[in-house]
Design a binder for this molecule. Structure first.
Ligand code: 5GP
Ligand code: ZN
Length: 113
């Protein structure tokens, strides 16, 4: 989608530090990491947020979480624990309106971060 930052990252118009890619999913490191491990897992199809997922997207959501869990293991935080978050809307602080799951770990997390 035009004017979507993450669509531009998917298209390669904006560089990113990719950690995983397949036909449906891209994962890359957050530009402003809140912890030693901070990766964003996104669908390649533009969906504006988790609230816009439809029943037909059930498998896609399952895949996003499966990729997140696999990356957590690869990046060395599956034993110590990690957080998967998807912000929806203003009060949650969603700043990019392309569905993304934050994978955050590598330190003890508070709700403030
Ligand atoms: P949100 O606030 O929407 O839940 O998360 C958006 C995330 O995207 C933020 O953590 C922010 O640091 C990250 N971000 C914003 N712009 C870029 C960018 O150009 N590249 C990368 N890798 N991450 C970005
Ligand atoms: Zn997009």
């Amino acid at each position: 989608m035009e004017d979507c930052l993450f669509c531009k990252i998917i298209e390669g118009k904006i560089p990113s530090d990719k950690v995983y890619e397949d036909d449906d999913v891209l994962a890359f490191r957050d530009i402003n990491p809140q912890a030693p491990v901070h990766v964003l897992i996104i669908p390649k199809r533009h969906i504006s947020g988790a609230d816009k997922l439809e029943r037909s997207d059930d498998a896609l959501l399952g895949k996003l979480v499966a990729v997140a869990n696999r990356l957590a293991a690869e990046l060395g935080v599956s034993g110590t624990g990690y957080r998967l978050i998807s912000n929806i809307g203003d009060d949650a602080g969603q700043s990019v309106h392309h569905l993304h799951i934050h994978l955050i770990g590598g330190k003890r997390l508070n709700w403030d971060n």
